[in-house]
Design a protein around this ligand. Structure first.
Ligand code: FAD
Length: 404
């Protein structure tokens, strides 16, 4: 490598911070790494489901980024990246002008599409952001005073079903703790072909486990349904059924972010996710890489009546950040033997919280065919989920991105 190369990373949560820290760790002073993110803090999404019920405060799921990046000699810029010109190799930002690069990593995660059906934005809550989780906390406090039916679930084209299942079981537990469970008809609605499909065509015993949970906790459920409309006091399904609801929380579809929309040369897919090769290089530009949720992952299954997407969870997001880091380092040091690790071949590693209970999910691959896949329920506590949270927050605070 003759001169010092410039690596620019846009988006610094799971995938982006892993890629940036790993590239810097491997190349040290031989590379300048700059990270742009619109926020000062990393967000540990998996614990957001505990914010509405008061088990976590917002401050406990946020980790300041600057000290971590500064410790490792990475330049951190807080700004919104507005577009990239991949021919000029320049990223434009809202307040800091343009940033040139030799290699660009895009790890911008999703834009949340809350306009998927009429009334969703106005009347359905969303647990996937700090503001959304705090808004739900306030709404549940009001709800306690005048309980009624609840609808929780995912809309057509959603892909993050796991978080919605977790929220469902946490709310069910909260209702019992508040001693209002008997006053509440609790409904689960999902576009999945069957309970526990999760966008990965299920796991062994996932469907029977979830059916048993739904029956044990008296939760009504509807599968293969879309949302036609949400009103102030009901959810109208695309089957024609109207479910009364005094509190509604829906996971909605994700698309790529405006930064990608404003950069048409990247050749993103219609859903604005990045079209990458198995080595996470963009098909359109070899010096631009995609990592994490920003990458397009076509569903490997045939949806039923209602379309839905694959889960782009934290473990594969982190794993793709690592693959990108290794491949950027190889490219900058003149190697052409790049690592190929398509999304579906990354192991399935996840813990589904079920309200002080949990189900531990392991598989040798996210998508079928798998030679090993197991779901282990732990009905006594959610120790695994808590341990994972402590581990990830510790890893994030110290920038130990090389760890699994
Ligand atoms: C409620 C909820 C619970 C979840 N629970 C789990 C779980 O239990 N286990 C699990 O494995 N996964 C879980 N997930 C999924 C997990 O959060 C994602 O897989 C992960 O966040 C994806 O990482 P990422 O780095 O690709 O994207 P993100 O984490 O979304 O990060 C993208 C970053 O890019 C930044 N950005 C975007 N656009 C710009 C721009 N134009 N300029 C500058 N910065 C920009 C954003 O500020 C953000 O920091 C959950 C998700 C939700 C919503």
């Amino acid at each position: 490598m003759e001169s010092k190369k410039r690596v620019l990373v846009v988006g610094a949560n799971f995938a982006g911070s892993t890629a940036a820290l790993e590239i810097k760790r491997m190349l040290k002073d031989r590379v300048d790494v700059t990270v742009i993110d619109r926020s000062e803090n990393s967000l540990y999404f998996p614990s957001l489901i505990w914010v509405p019920i008061g088990r976590r405060e917002a401050s406990q799921v946020l980790v300041p980024r600057r000290p971590v990046f500064e410790k490792y000699g990475i330049t951190f810029v807080v700004d919104e990246a507005t577009s990239v010109d991949p021919d000029a190799r320049e990223v434009a930002t809202e307040h800091h002008g343009t940033f040139p690069y030799d290699e660009l990593v895009i790890a911008t995660g999703p834009r949340v599409d809350r306009d998927v059906a009429p009334g969703v934005r106005e009347h359905a809550c969303y647990v996937g952001s700090v503001e959304g989780a705090l808004d739900i906390r306030a709404k549940l406090e009001e709800f306690k005073k005048n309980p009624g039916p609840i609808v929780i679930g995912a809309t057509q084209r959603a892909g993050c079903m796991g978080a919605a299942y977790e929220f469902l079981f946490n709310v069910e537990k909260w209702l019992r703790e508040e001693k209002i469970r008997k006053k509440v008809d609790l409904y689960w609605i999902t576009p999945e072909n069957y309970l526990g499909h999760f966008g990965i065509d299920g796991m062994p015993l996932a469907e029977p486990y979830l059916k048993a949970f739904m029956n044990a906790f008296h939760i009504h459920y509807r599968t293969q349904v879309g949302v036609k409309e949400v009103t102030a006091d009901a959810v109208v399904l695309d089957t024609g059924e109207t479910i009364p609801s005094r509190f509604t929380m829906l996971m909605v579809p994700f698309t790529g972010v405006p930064f990608i929309k404003n950069s048409p040369k990247l050749g993103a897919k219609e859903n604005l996710f990045l079209d990458v090769r198995p080595d996470y290089r963009l098909k359109a530009y070899p010096d631009v890489w995609g990592a994490g949720l920003a990458v397009d992952v076509p569903p490997p299954f045939t949806p039923g009546r209602v379309p839905f997407g694959v889960p782009k969870t934290g473990y594969p997001s982190d794993a793709t950040g690592k693959v990108v880091a290794k491949n950027v380092v190889r490219t900058l040091t003149g190697r052409t033997d790049l690592i190929e690790r398509p999304w579906g071949k990354i192991p399935a590693v996840c813990i589904l919280d079920a309200g002080r209970k949990e189900v531990i999910i392991f598989g040798n691959r996210l998508f079928k065919p798998r030679w090993f896949a197991v779901m282990i329920p732990n009905v006594c506590n959610d120790f695994g989920k808590l341990l994972l949270e402590k581990y990830f927050l510790w890893k994030m605070r110290h920038g130990y991105s090389f760890l699994p």
